[in-house]
Design a protein around this ligand. Structure first.
Ligand code: PG9
Length: 623
């Protein structure tokens, strides 16, 4: 067969004749129950944001549910290739049953600078025109411009938009509440990232969550997350311990090229960089005009701070108690859109997530987007222990707190011991206390332990000599707590800086006939870390005076729990939580990110457990 020479027929003809791929492709739609439209929506500065619009076949006057995401709109709108809308959407960030059964038009958009969207990417940018974001746009303006385009250009819509999303996308569901578009009728931020320093992804009370390093690398190194974090050590414990400091590991992994990492490293304290982007603070300054349901997971391993912080900020503005709603379920991060029957070893007896989606999320959205009646309480809270859902008017349910004292001999009780006593241990940064059993696998294995680690059995560490364990008597009557326990620790350290981790634990009876693996289980219901250098001021690190008993106070995450008869209450105290949190060198250095190997020293810790300054946890007890 003689081939025509390209020189004779021209390159285009040569290509069209022999190329087996059509120049333009018609996508078959036979049998599909939705249409898929892709638009690059122009923002006020001309930057176009890549947007996927999935419209159920035959939709007329349907409301739109918008998610803005850095996690790939094309993928989240096509978790599987299917002509069935529910099957296509089933997966991350889609409460699929609610979206599909509700007949909503599903809109998913890449945020500025990610995947198909133009523009520059900034991680959780501060508001436009402020010190740390001098540009003219932010996620609020982009949400506004997107909603404006959608209501003018999606002809099957009823002109109403709801925003919804989990985690980063939950943060994205809060930003449209700043100068909201009039077509925005409801917002459902789920597990939103709200304050990266106080208690969400980057730090908890000043202690750095080192696992953020790989996330920062992957999200920022390339627009389409195509440059993976590559490490040559399988066990994260070894990876982080050998590197020494978070800053040393970051350098080793090339993160010094990444703008956001350089900002994190330059702002280890709660200074204006963090304060100016905290969504609860920003929203507290805005009028409340859009109904919002904050969705909180009680065992959220990533953003356990955000949802309830925004509730606290907004609730005082809600004069009629009909604008700000709170849902709290017994879930890990994002579990509300999946199967909610179990949390690790804990069996709730029913699919709590499915119940919540059907009885709370679906009617809430339908009310504001489709004018349907609803019977949703201002607060819908799952109470662990009794394992029942509650309808409440406000949160927290406990009006006051009751001190639970650490006592000598590893005891715990509602009165302080008299006299003077301390409980002591040596904290050695060379042998840090684990947050979960080794190997600390990177995310992504089968049976990934990361989502459920907050519910892990604390017996794994409770007999270590550097973990103090205080246990109360076997309960003969239930004790109900509903709110945030507050730690009031009096302690001295032989060092000049120190971390303190306090865990409030429900110890199951020695034997649980119906579920034998739970016999003696130590389930933490609230725990968190505090970096001692911020004892006097969160925004300024100060050395700790060595050898002096000093007061440390911080709030633990929200809990709604009943310690049942037969159970015991336990409190554990330790000074590291590795490798999730970076190690405190225990000798004061200006910036722990860049501590040198020689800065890491052993310290003798003495926790006051008797007398007028006895340490206690203030429990939000419901009488
Ligand atoms: N928790 C994740 C995250 C949010 C915001 C910043 C960084 C990470 C997430 O799941 O999206």
């Amino acid at each position: 067969l003689a081939l025509a020479s390209p020189a004779i027929v021209g390159p285009a003809l040569a290509q069209s004749r022999y190329d087996e791929r059509p120049a333009t492709l018609q996508i078959p739609t036979a049998g599909m129950n939705y249409t898929r439209r892709i638009v690059d929506i122009p923002m006020r500065d001309g930057v176009k944001l890549h947007t996927v619009i999935l419209t159920p076949s035959g939709a007329i006057d349907a409301a739109m549910l918008l998610t803005r995401t850095p996690y790939n709109a094309e993928k989240l709108s096509r978790n599987s290739n299917s002509g069935d809308l529910g099957t296509a959407l089933y997966g991350y960030d889609n409460a699929t049953d609610v979206i599909v059964d509700g007949g909503y038009i599903r809109v998913i958009q890449d945020v500025r600078g990610m995947y198909g969207s133009q523009g520059i990417y900034m991680m959780n940018p501060s508001p436009a025109g402020t010190k740390y974001n001098p540009t003219k746009t932010d996620d609020s303006t982009d949400a506004y411009d997107t909603i404006d385009w959608l209501v003018k250009n999606v002809k099957q819509s009823n002109g109403r938009v709801g925003v919804i999303g989990i985690s980063y996308d939950g943060y994205e569901a809060l930003t449209p509440l700043i100068h909201p578009h009039p077509a925005l009728k409801v917002a459902v931020p789920m597990n939103p990232m709200v304050d990266g320093w106080r208690g969400d992804d980057w730090f908890h009370n000043g202690a750095f969550r080192q696992f953020g390093l790989s996330y920062i690398w992957e999200q920022i190194a390339s627009r389409d997350v195509s440059v993976p974090w590559v490490a040559s050590v399988e066990d994260q414990y070894d990876l982080y311990l050998r590197a020494g400091s978070a800053g040393a590991l970051a350098k080793q992994q090339g993160l010094d090229q990444i703008g956001f990492w350089n900002k994190v490293a330059a702002h280890p304290a709660y200074d204006d960089f963090w304060q100016n982007q905290a969504m609860d603070t920003l929203l507290a300054k805005e009028p409340l005009t859009v109904p919002v349901m904050l969705v909180h997971s009680l065992w959220d391993q990533e953003d356990i701070y955000g949802a309830t912080a925004v509730y606290r900020a907004l609730e005082p503005k809600d004069a009629n108690n009909d604008m700000v709603y709170l849902s709290m379920g017994p879930w890990h991060h994002g579990q509300e859109i999946a199967d909610g029957s179990h949390l690790g070893a804990i069996d709730w007896g029913s699919d709590t997530a499915k119940w919540w989606r059907g009885h709370v999320l679906a009617p809430f959205l339908a009310h504001y987007l489709k004018d349907q009646p609803m019977d949703v309480a201002p607060v819908t809270a799952f109470e662990s222990g009794t394992d029942e859902w509650q309808r409440l008017q406000a949160w927290p349910a406990a009006p006051a707190t009751t001190p639970l004292y650490l006592q000598p001999g590893g005891a715990l009780g509602f009165t302080a011991a008299s006299g003077a006593a301390t409980a002591d241990y040596v904290s050695d940064p060379a042998h840090p206390v684990l947050y979960e059993q080794r190997p600390n696998a990177p995310q992504g294995y089968d049976n990934n332990p990361w989502p459920t680690w907050l519910a892990d059995d604390q017996r794994a560490v409770s007999t270590r000599p550097d973990v103090l364990t205080f246990t109360g008597p076997v309960l003969t009557a239930p004790i109900t707590i509903a709110g945030q326990p507050t730690v009031h620790l009096t302690a001295s350290t032989s060092g000049t800086d120190s971390d303190w981790v306090v865990k409030l634990i429900d110890v199951y009876p020695d034997q649980v006939p119906s579920d034998r693996k739970m016999g003696g289980y130590q389930l933490a219901v609230a725990m968190d870390i505090f970096r001692g250098r911020y004892r006097e001021s969160l925004s300024e690190a100060k050395p700790i005076a060595a050898g002096q008993p000093l007061a440390y106070q911080w709030a633990l995450p929200t809990t709604n729990h009943v310690f049942l008869p037969g159970h015991r209450i336990m409190v554990q105290v330790q000074s590291s939580w590795f490798p999730l949190y970076d190690r405190n060198p225990q000798r004061f250095v200006p910036n722990i990110m860049f501590a040198k190997p020689g800065d890491y020293v052993k310290a003798t810790q003495q926790v006051t457990v008797a007398g007028p300054n006895a340490s206690y946890v203030a429990l939000p007890v419901v009488k």
